[in-house]
Design a protein around this ligand. Sequence first.
Ligand code: GLV
Ligand code: MN
Ligand code: MN
Length: 422
Amino acid sequence: MADGVAAGAVAAVSEARLWQRLMEMAAIGGFVGDGGHHGVNRPCLTPLDRQARRLLISWAGRMGASVSVDPAGNLFLRLEGEDPALAPVLTGSHMDTQPQGGRFDGIYGVLAGLEAIEAIATAGVRPKRAIEVVAWTNEEGGRFAPGCTGSMSFSGFKPMSAFDDLVDRDGIRYADALAEQMAAEADLPRRPLGYTPHAYLEPHIEQGPRLEAEAKEIGVVTGIQGSRWFTVTIEGRTDHAGTTPLALRRDAVQDMIRAVGALNALMHDPADVLRFTVASIRVEPDTSNSVARRAVFTIDFRHPDKAVLLARGDAIAGVVQAAMTRCAATVHERFHALPVDFGETVPNAVEAAAAAQGLAALRMPSGAFHDAQFMVPVCPTGMIFIPCRGGVSHHPSEYAEPVACANGARVLAEALLTLANG
Ligand code: GLV
Ligand code: MN
Ligand code: MN
């Protein structure tokens, strides 16, 4: 068990309250998917997102946290510390979901953060530094790609304006959607963009199978692998499928298949460490009896080794070009995040908290990217993972046990206190 002041805060974490809030949030954008699983589709900067934020704000207000929003739409809940002049410790995650998302990815980190500060306040503990819970704007990139635009803006990784012209599938600009949200939340106090927290600690479901398979209760995350996202557009010519001889065609789908085959060879990795995904394939015209004039697909490429990430990622455009026979291709890179190492400060605080609470912990890297990736250059950073069933995520069947959610919040509360008193 935790000792000293932390023990009271840890004991005040309520598994029932956290679970109830997770389920209430899951109803906002909730749907019943394949197999009867309860999924969530809550894209960023939408009325559903705003409804979820209002619910979060109502809970935060009840426990005495102050609320503010920065120009990137990031939402902050602050538990004041003994010395308001000291840099706060920051925790949290995101509230948006994938289109076919689950009930835990992102929102768990925000609600675990709220649970931790509520428990600290309930126990009458006053940390030296303030603790802030953040809900980052657009982590998923499901509506506006790339994701992590809120944390990239906050950290200065990119200027906010870099995202203005992103468009969703309906042609709505990111800048317009953000302006609409800011207007709808005009009653919320504003704060400037960015600051240097004392530390950042993000709780999240693991989104992979290791903790469950190895019967561990807490993942002490050591870093995040690098990610690069590309969009490939192949332009050919449309023709009648019944009449045009194959030799005369400029079929975008056929050249796309060649490109994907060549990319699979480029990305071949017998060790199965590399992650390479082709998805979001769109064809125009999208009809079975016309030759496609245009084919567009996305690439999501990840690797923990910077050298591999750079070398193979840089080779993508050349490989696609070499695969073209009749069509022309353009390759656009839209997201580039190098691997990060969390160092020792925050992971050690997480590991010590788990040990003090008698929870079995595992040091592990993250395969998924997170807002934490962009906080590494700003301040000591880390993450807490909790197990999720079968390692499934980005799917309605995503599930974390109530006790696992509470364990993560208890470790978070204790680690936050360690950091906030440091
Ligand atoms: C985050 O959602 C990721 O795709 O890793
Ligand atoms: Mn997430
Ligand atoms: Mn996700």
